[in-house]
Design a binder for this molecule. Structure first.
Ligand SMILES: Nc1ncnc2c1ncn2[C@@H]1O[C@H](COP(=O)(O)OP(=O)(O)OP(=O)(O)O)[C@@H](O)[C@H]1O
Ligand SMILES: [Mg+2]
Length: 499
């Protein structure tokens, strides 16, 4: 008997068939991966299992017993816990308080035993191997640290079913290993794990079984040892994909933006010498915390430089506000797109038009037709899965929201396109589309700066790779020279990597 079974689940939204007759099971002591393209219905299924969304039809059972009155509270009481891509802690509360919130029963208001609370928090943090101060504010922790706190909370709640929705999307390599070790322990302890990820490579290492969804429908369930990556991709997209394209090298053009001695004391960037040329995709690699995102923020005027100089097409330039940067022809797609990249309550059309309102406006009035044409065009280029261009962006699947964020800045037709983690949370098919679009920009003589922790991605798209360490650029590698080992050697500081 499976630990948890979701049977014949149906869920419709206006104009969208999110799930159509999906059955999914997880055994105790199993990691069951759930995969599918952006918008396939993965998160919806998870939300139904955690009681956050009520299905139109279908049943849930735990240990063979039908679950009635399923809602977030009863789900928690039944030992079902979920960890989402965006940690959901209260930033203004301490770690211990966050842990206590999830664990100490509500009901009668009793006096808080602070010492006991702190001791339990410490014990749980120790179990997940996290060196985190229980008294630290949750908001002050890094993303990986927050995630560990959430896992600690699930442990404390004695979760029997633990669901992870794209937990590694924003984790650096070292942290991924640590997470996997932890998940293996939970599995050994008999927890049933449901694991969602677009990083198909990591599934082989982790999952026992995999279930594929496509367009809200159940496709198949396989033993992980019986399928390889190309087959999984075929099952996901329902057709053959041409492999990851290693675009031919483009001839680099004239320098577009030249940085010399650039620095910004408040965000730790210093002495950056770097030239970004027209017609090239420049990859910006480095460990998390090496200053990649910080450099991007300087270039977009979010944290203006306080040292060094910049030249644009050979002329000195100052980029001290985002408005100046945009006027110069710079677009910036930030890493945390769910928070900064899209405006949830607005439609797809309104979002894509945001950066180009002046261009679309005639005599002060925005031309709705042109606005819609733009949204339709970009939607097609990015393979956007939305019921219509009038759909509210907040209701799109995670990956499709990311596409809208990209569309919005592509619409501005920038000279320099800066994008942080361009394909985080994006499915394999759409990923190669996005790589192609970046290549097209470069081929049209624009410059593209790609910040990415995904090393194969950096290598696949970049004409050159600049590597950052401790706030500065420590080297650049041409396409032919760039390998994973060499990038790492520079990122870590040379001596530490041998061979
Ligand atoms: N609250 C909602 N209102 C309207 N439509 C919704 C809502 N939630 C989800 N949908 C739609 O249901 C479909 C499935 O979305 P879901 O979030 O489950 O996809 P997903 O498989 O998790 O994709 P991704 O890989 O992009 O995260 C999408 O078309 C989405 O737009
Ligand atoms: Mg999702």
């Amino acid at each position: 008997m499976p630990l948890l079974r979701a049977a014949d689940i149906e869920k419709h939204y206006p104009g969208v068939r999110a799930l159509a007759g999906v059955t999914f099971e997880v055994e105790a002591g199993e990691v069951h991966a759930l995969i599918g393209e952006n918008g396939a219905g993965k998160s919806t299924l998870i939300k139904i299992i955690t009681g956050a969304v009520t299905p139109d039809a279908g049943t849930l059972s735990l240990d063979g017993e039908l679950l009635v009155d399923h809602n977030p509270q009863t789900a928690k009481a039944r030992g079902i816990a979920a960890i989402y891509q965006q940690p959901a802690l209260f930033g203004t509360l301490t770690v211990a308080e966050n842990l206590a919130l999830g664990l100490e029963g509500a009901g009668l208001w009793r006096r808080v035993d602070w010492r006991e609370r702190r001791r339990r928090a410490q014990e749980l943090l120790d179990r997940v191997g996290a060196r985190i101060d229980p008294d630290a504010l949750a908001g002050s922790l890094s993303m990986p640290e927050q995630q560990l706190v959430e896992i600690a909370r699930a442990l404390g709640a004695k979760a029997r079913v633990l669901i992870l929705d794209e937990p590694t999307a924003c984790l650096p390599e070292g942290e991924v290993e640590r997470l996997f070790a932890l998940l293996a322990e939970l599995k050994a302890a008999g927890v049933g794990l449901i694991y969602i990820s677009h990083r198909l490579d990591e599934l082989a290492q982790l999952a026992d079984r995999v279930t594929v969804l496509r367009d809200g429908q159940y496709v198949t369930t396989r033993a992980m040892s019986q399928v390889d990556k190309p087959e999984l991709i075929r099952l996901m997209v329902g057709r053959e994909l041409s492999g990851e394209s290693n675009a031919p090298a483009r001839p680099a053009g004239a320098p577009l933006l030249q940085l010399s001695g650039l620095g910004c004391a408040v965000n730790g960037v210093h002495d950056v010498d770097l030239t970004i040329r027209r017609g090239e995709i420049l990859g910006l690699a480095g460990l998390v915390g090496s200053g990649r995102t910080e450099l991007a923020r300087i270039l977009f005027g979010l944290t203006p430089a306080d040292a060094g100089t910049m030249a644009w097409d050979g002329q000195p330039v100052r980029l001290e506000t985002p408005a100046q940067a945009m006027a110069q022809g710079i677009a910036y797609v930030p890493e945390d797109r769910r928070r900064h990249g899209v405006v949830g309550p607005l439609s797809v059309t309104a979002n894509t038009a945001l950066t180009v309102l002046d261009r679309l406006a005639k005599g002060g009035l925005v031309d709705a037709r042109r606005e819609e044409d733009l949204a339709v065009d970009l939607g097609q280029r990015l393979d956007l899965r939305a019921a219509s261009i009038h759909t509210t962006v907040g209701t799109l699947s995670g990956g499709n929201q990311q596409k809208v964020a990209l569309a919005r800045w592509l619409a501005a037709e920038p000279e320099l396109f800066i994008v942080d983690e361009p394909t985080q949370g994006i499915d394999v098919g759409a990923k190669s589309e996005i790589h192609r679009i970046l290549g097209d920009l470069a081929a049209a003589g624009k410059a593209v700066l790609v910040v990415s922790s995904d090393m194969p991605e950096v290598l696949a798209v970049s004409d050159r790779v600049a590597v950052m360490r401790e706030g500065t650029v420590v080297g650049t590698l041409a396409r032919g020279e760039a390998t994973q080992e060499r990038i790492l050697a520079l990122a870590l500081g040379g001596a530490e990597v041998v061979g």
